[in-house]
Design a protein around this ligand. Structure first.
Ligand code: MLT
Length: 202
């Protein structure tokens, strides 16, 4: 059985790259299914629930305080999620997915990219920040990564997310980083940009 409670929605279009949907703090496996459907109408959707609870709110890794992460747990949970992806691919007969992560979900996707290259075919990271202070060098040659930041996001600094984009670029990823005139919450602009980007990348 797979490590994570999850929802799986089969895709109508076998040629469409599956999406791995990763919710934010306090979300669950149901939250992002409508977003996934909007982003890629024919794609299979795999949506796990984060296995860490913070005051009852599911997350993908432990944190000590907002923006201060338990890096040992980040590494462990990134490995666990990489294992889940392999298991889900085998169970459902899927190719490597594009991760679509929001906030904490974007951060665990970033950790998977930085510690388990090859697991994700690409990633849409909505309001990400650096999940790990430093990591062993990896190669992400040509991996398409869309990063969507908020200029008025009180949780993520421009320096922090700029550093993350730089780390992905140094690994050879094809990074498209855009900063929107908004805060931390997901907006319609994120959906529109991500949909167009996935249509090109997937
Ligand atoms: C995190 O903990 O991953 C970030 O602070 C974003 C969030 O609030 O979930």
């Amino acid at each position: 059985t797979l490590s994570h409670i999850h929802r799986f929605v089969p895709g109508a279009d076998p040629a469409a790259t599956p999406l791995l949907l990763l919710h934010g703090t306090g979300g669950d496996e149901n939250d992002l299914l409508p977003l996934g459907r909007a982003l890629s109408p024919g794609a299979a959707l795999v949506s796990p629930r984060g296995r860490v609870l913070e005051h009852g709110m599911p997350r993908f890794f432990r944190r000590i305080a907002e923006g201060i992460f338990d890096e040992d747990d980040v590494r462990r949970r990134a490995g666990e999620l990489a294992g889940f992806v392999a298991g889900a691919r085998a169970a459902y007969g899927l190719g490597a997915p594009i991760a679509v992560g929001y906030s904490n979900g974007a951060n665990i996707a970033a950790a998977v990219l930085l510690t388990h290259p090859g697991v994700l075919a690409g990633a849409v990271l909505i309001r990400p920040m650096q999940p790990l202070g430093s990591t062993e060098p990896v190669r992400l040659d040509g991996t398409p990564i869309l990063m969507l930041s908020g200029a008025r996001d009180p949780i993520v600094t421009a320096d922090d997310v700029g550093g993350l984009a730089e780390r992905f670029r140094a690994a050879g990823a094809a990074v498209d980083h855009r900063t929107l005139p908004t805060g931390h919450p997901l907006t319609q602009a994120d959906v529109d940009i991500a949909r167009a980007w996935i249509a090109e990348a997937a």
